[in-house]
Design a protein around this ligand. Structure first.
Ligand code: CIR
Length: 252
């Protein structure tokens, strides 16, 4: 069960965030409202939510998930792979240090939290444009020392591993066609989310409830069919920056 979340409000600079979505510039005022609703939803699910102020000079700073991975024993700060985001992790450090001992991964290793998926006592880390093999190895070494299993998985063309693969409870993953038969994910039930609803692959499991992004009826129906509680949230303005539901918080 999660008891805490850390989020960071977007700033007006978000219009300069990194994007490949081709959906236009985000509407800042609407993003603020969507962000507030997201924080409220986490709070309604029982989490104590710390909302940080935006960090000047970092247009993507609301995507706090990428800055660290927090597990039961430690928080591992991420040396981010995106040049314009390097340094975002520094201001997260004192916040996380209130809860966990901090571990560091040194350059030239890079990794981003969006490439890390935890399923119970197992971590998967995607090797992507943002997470290099040295980063994946260093991350695996850090969590293995805490007793977790860890597997490095080669990503496809998507931004992060969790752009493509997410855990929604039980033994079920939402996956892209790219990971449909991936041997590293053997043993899981895989619901393949086709490209017309690609964004909805990034659903977020919080204390037994699955948060699903608004606007993806097929995925919503598939998740609802599993019988778990579902909350639907509109995060359209973050989608314009390639950010999904998981990207907007650190949960622990
Ligand atoms: C980026 O490209 O870094 C941001 N525009 C989006 C980050 C999304 N984060 C995530 O998937 N964990």
């Amino acid at each position: 069960m999660f008891t805490n979340a850390i989020t960071r409000q977007p700033s007006k600079e978000m219009v300069d965030g990194i994007t490949t979505a081709g959906l236009g510039k985000p509407d800042y005022e609407l993003a603020l409202k969507q962000h507030a609703a997201y924080c409220q939803a986490l709070s309604d699910l029982g989490l104590d939510v710390t909302v940080l102020a935006p960090e000047p000079g970092y247009p993507d700073c609301c995507f706090v998930e990428d800055t660290a991975v927090v597990c039961e024993h430690v928080a591992i700060l991420a040396p981010l792979g995106a040049l314009s985001r390097q340094g975002e992790q520094k201001s997260i450090e004192p916040v996380l240090a209130k809860y966990k001992p901090i571990e560091y991964v040194a350059a030239p290793a890079t990794f981003e939290g969006g490439d890390v998926l935890q399923v119970e006592n197992t971590f998967f880390i995607g090797v992507s444009d943002r997470t290099n093999m040295a980063g994946a190895k260093a991350f695996c070494a850090a969590v293995s020392a805490c007793g977790y299993e860890c597997h490095a998985v080669q990503c496809g063309p998507s931004l992060h591993f969790k752009t493509d693969v997410n855990y929604i409870g039980g033994d079920t993953l939402l996956v892209s066609p790219y990971f449909k038969d991936a041997p590293e994910l053997a043993g899981f039930e895989r619901i393949v989310v086709e490209d017309d609803e690609a964004y909805a692959r990034n659903c977020l499991l919080v204390n037994g409830t699955v948060i699903v992004p608004a606007g993806f009826p097929k995925t919503l129906a598939q998740v609802e069919a599993l019988g778990r509680p579902v909350v639907v949230l509109d995060v359209s303005e973050f989608r314009k920056l390639d950010g999904g539901l998981s990207c907007l918080s650190l949960r622990f």
